[in-house]
Each structure stands twice: as structure tokens, then as C-alpha cells.
Ligand binder design. Sequence first.
Ligand code: NIG
Ligand code: ZN
Length: 413
Amino acid sequence: MLITNIKGLVGLHPKDKLVLRGNELSDLPVLENAWLLIEDGLIKDFGEMSSIPSQISNFPSQVSAKGRYVFPSWCDSHTHIVFAASREEEFAMKIQGKSYEEIAAAGGGILNSARKLQKATEDELFQSAAQRLKQMILQGTGAVEIKSGYGLTTESEIKMLRVIRRLKDQFPIPIKATFLAAHAFPAEFKNNHQGYIDLIVNDMLPLIAAEKLADYIDVFCEKGFFSVEETDQVLKAGARYGLKPKIHANQLSVSGAIAVAVENGAISVDHLEESNEETIATLKNADTIVTLLPSCSFYLGIPFADAKGFIKAGLPMALATDYNPGSTPSGNMNFVISLACIKMKMFPEQAINGATLNGAAAMELSKDYGSIAVGKKANLLITKPMPSIAYLPYSFGESQVDQVILNGEIYNG
Ligand SMILES: N=CN[C@@H](CCC(=O)O)C(=O)O
Ligand SMILES: [Zn+2]
């Protein structure tokens, strides 16, 4: 496929640039009035229209992108899209002013989702997750991470991970699976935390490793959920099976979650709506990516993360949706990018880099995804006609994504 007359080809980072730290996030290289050639699902070449080689200009399969931009697909590195039912009954409680913790304590929250998921069949879960994933792809997402964590029993955690594996087999995008049994303590383990951790370590992990069902391990390290010591135990057990950590940290309070994640070689620490100087100091000399989830802040009405502080400190920062039924019922990366600009005061260039190359890095996919470079996978989106790149986050709530290309082919769902 040859795409011609592209108003701006966005995200032309050198192929060996695998992650952007601090000020590097402000640099979003763009080639104006460009062409892009795709062969065998890969980016074969690109250049300016004024110097398009004649053998290329006669290429049989051409798409004109006049007035439109071409971006690398969004890389959404934090989602929980396998769930049995929505939780809009909690929406009214939120509107009445109940906090996330109060809703969880009243029988809502993660345990509510777990009760419903335990009753659902693998097929039902697959069908509904596939619908969600299809919508996300049509909104521009071309790589995704998906977590378990609404099973909370051996059988149901494995059921969730098998659903994720079926999604991997059936969708034309890369999918990473994260094992998150340490999402909440089931009611029967409320006063026996070690009993549940033993179940994760001795029962679940060996089975998951034997079936190769997960790439990463995650823990919700938070007051009322998993303590720092409990998090450490679970991460160390995961490491014995080759699972690297990506953890939920500092969502509702500052804790030692960041330190324990860094010590255990975490690929990313996600949320960080709460942070302080120590948070930044702990991350400064690490490779751990800070993944921010602004649509979670928007929906729960909790603080937005200190994106500017993290960037100023030179940290690698990514953006993701956190799509889940409780704290973020949306998988729209376009809205995440808008919120990052509007609420976290990120510049459009920083937000777009966070949603592409750094999102890919937070899934260890940035060798092949997240920027436009010769030899990388042709997972792209073509916008509607737009006056500028900043128009995409500016026009929040209205999709500017017109066409989605995955492995060099137009995707229609
Ligand atoms: N914080 C923990 N997990 C999810 C929310 C889970 C839920 O409420 O169902 C999150 O990332 O926000
Ligand atoms: Zn999450």
C-alpha cells in the first residue's frame, strides 16, 4: 500500500529510539507533505511528495491522505477489558459523593466484578471483551495490554487469562497479558491475607506459567488492598516464573509501592495520582516507566497525576486508558490524550509521544511499534482532515480517527 499526499507523517523517531525520557517527550518529529510505502505489513519507506521516486508513484494500491495526518497507532499499556458486567449502579453512588474506598467497602468495586465474572462462561467473556477491543481499535489503538484480576479464584483467574489468549489469537494487534490476582482480597480471605497470597503463589502461578498465560505480574498496592510487604512477596514469586512486574501504585495514597516496584525491576508503575519528591527520587535512576491514566482521575474525581513534575525530572512517561468497569469505563485513547493536555498541562507532542512510543515501551513492544520508522510494523491511523496536530487533543470528545491500518491492511472491524 502507498499512502500519498499526507499532510503530516507524525512520530518519525529513529528506529533505535525505544523510549523517551523527560524533555525528549517534547520532540515529535513530523514530515510534511509526505508519502509512505508499506510492504508485507511493514513500513518500507517514506519521503516528501516533491521527491517521490517514479517507480513508487505508479504503485497499484494507493490511498490519498490529502489534508490528513498519519500517526503510529495508539499503544494502550494498561487495561482491564475482560469483565462480565458494567457497574453503572456505582455511578449513582459516586454522584452522591461516595468515594472509591466507600463503594468498595459497601460491596461494590472489584469484589462486585469478581462475583459476576466467576459466574460467566469463557465464551461470554470472550464475546464481550472482543466487542470492547474492536471499538478500541476503531478509535486508533493498535497494541494493548490486558489484565486478569476480576477472577480472584484459581479457576476464574485462569479463565480470564485464557480469554486474553483467545483475543491474542484472533486480533491482528499485539496483546500482552498481565496476571493480577493480587487485585483485591476475596471476602473469605479478608482476615487471612497470607492464605490468599499462598493461593496465588502456590496454586495459580505454577498453572499460569505451565500454560504460558501471562507476560507480566501486577499488584494493586494500596491501603485496604495489598501492603508493600505483600506486594513484594507476590512480585518475587512472579519473578521465579519469569513474570516482570507492572504495578498499580499511588492511586489513592503515597506508599512504598514505587520503591518496591523499582527494586523488583518493574517495567512500569501505573496511576501515581498521588506522588511526592521521594516518588520522583526513587524513579530517577530507574528504567521503570511512569504510566499515567488521566481518564481514571476524570471519572473518579481524584487528583490528576503530576505529569509536568515527572517530565521535568527526566522520567519516561506513558499514557494509557485503564479501561475497566469500576474506575474508567472508557477505552478511548483520543480522550486520554485530550485529558493529558487539558488537565495535566502536557503539550500535544508530549501526550502523543506518551500514547505511542512510550506506551509501546511500557509493553516492551517499542522495537516494532509506536513510531514511524523503516522496518517497523505498519500499525497506523489516518485522521480526518485537520488543520494541525494540536487539533486532535483540542477537539476533545470528537474522534479525528478516520481509517485504521493494521499490519499494512485497512481494518474495518
Ligand atoms: N485500582 C485498581 N484497579 C482498577 C479499578 C478496578 C475496579 O474498580 O474495578 C484501576 O486501575 O483503576
Ligand atoms: Zn488498572
